[in-house]
Design a protein around this ligand. Structure first.
Ligand SMILES: NC(=O)C1=CN([C@@H]2O[C@H](COP(=O)(O)OP(=O)(O)OC[C@H]3O[C@@H](n4cnc5c(N)ncnc54)[C@H](OP(=O)(O)O)[C@@H]3O)[C@@H](O)[C@H]2O)C=CC1
Ligand SMILES: C[C@H]1O[C@H](OP(=O)(O)OP(=O)(O)OC[C@H]2O[C@@H](n3cnc4c(=O)[nH]c(N)nc43)[C@H](O)[C@@H]2O)[C@@H](O)[C@@H](O)C1=O
Length: 243
């Protein structure tokens, strides 16, 4: 690995580990990096490298020595999945992010970007949400276990920045949609769930479609390709310990 700390965009042959490259976010990042001319992406599917296993992650980093890491691998799901599998959401996410962040630091990765989520902010945070709202009030109960894991990831990046001056940054996207989304009936987010259900209703000639809840909740949505643009911007331009 070169020890020159050139900017992210300067060297299109830099080895970049995109963790979770087959998912909604990871695949959008890969498309974006290929469009920009990056030629040396390091990609491993879940079955090739289980990021919850520390010893596997350690030997992967020691062998491959990536220069940049974008951490888009996680246990992810919509409101029902989060509410049904709290133990999976907290334990799997804590393991993946702890293993990857520490191995990246220990193997001299130049910069890491961690993906959090807007659900880290309090349920009743004033809108529009400010970064300073973090940890000021209780979380939304349906996804607090996932949110607690994400907050730990953000704090881990901040701690490594403070103690080691290591360049680890975090981004907090809102509810995403786009190519390679998860269309599972129960475990997906609302946009793919409703697309699937309305499509099935249209094809099947159904008279009604069931939508969960009261219909009153509000959400912001972001196309995953716009997030990928933002992630490249952060990799190139942002350095610091605030989110
Ligand atoms: N989707 C959304 O609306 C939002 C997502 N985010 C964040 O963005 C990131 C990416 O989410 P998204 O792309 O939607 O999620 P997806 O479920 O689409 O993709 C997650 C990826 O992580 C991989 N993965 C899961 N567990 C492991 C493991 N143990 N070892 C190796 N790889 C693993 C999956 O591989 P495999 O499929 O093979 O299991 C998959 O490629 C996450 O950190 C998420 O919290 C933040 C806000 C909103
Ligand atoms: C990004 C964020 O995503 C998750 O939070 P969420 O925004 O609550 O997730 P959601 O997309 O599943 O729901 C949005 C709203 O939509 C309503 N809703 C109606 N009908 C369907 C429906 O058919 N499916 C789903 N999933 N929701 C429905 C649903 O009841 C809710 O009020 C977090 O767990 C966490 O993963 C996270 O960080």
């Amino acid at each position: 690995m070169s020890t020159d700390k050139t900017s992210f965009m300067a060297d299109k042959s830099a080895k970049i580990f995109v963790a979770g490259h087959r998912g909604l976010v990871g695949s959008a990042i890969v498309r974006k990096l290929h469009r920009l001319g990056f030629t040396n992406l390091l990609l491993r599917s879940h079955s090739d490298l289980d990021l919850t296993i520390q010893s596997h992650v350690d030997s992967f980093f020691a062998t491959e020595k990536p220069r940049f890491v974008i951490l888009a691998a996680a246990k992810v799901g919509g409101i029902h999945a989060n509410n049904t599998y709290p133990a999976d959401f907290i334990s799997i996410n804590l393991k993946i992010q702890t293993n990857v962040i520490h191995a990246a630091y220990a193997n001299n990765v130049q910069k890491l970007l961690f993906l959090g989520s807007s659900c880290i902010y309090p349920k009743h945070a004033p809108q529009p949400i400010k970064e300073s709202a973090l940890l000021t009030a209780p979380l939304e109960p349906t996804n607090e276990w996932y949110a607690v894991a994400k907050i730990a990831g953000i704090k881990m990046c901040q701690a490594y920045w403070l103690q080691y001056n290591w360049d680890a940054v975090s981004a907090m996207p809102t509810n995403l949609y786009g190519q390679n989304d998860n269309f599972d009936n129960d475990n997906s987010h609302v946009l793919p769930a409703l697309m699937r259900r309305f499509h099935a209703a249209k094809v099947g000639g159904a008279k009604e479609v069931v939508v969960w809840g009261s219909g009153r909740p509000l959400r912001e949505f972001l196309h995953v390709d716009d997030l990928a643009d933002g992630i490249v911007f952060l990799m190139e331009r942002y350095r610091g310990w605030s989110m």
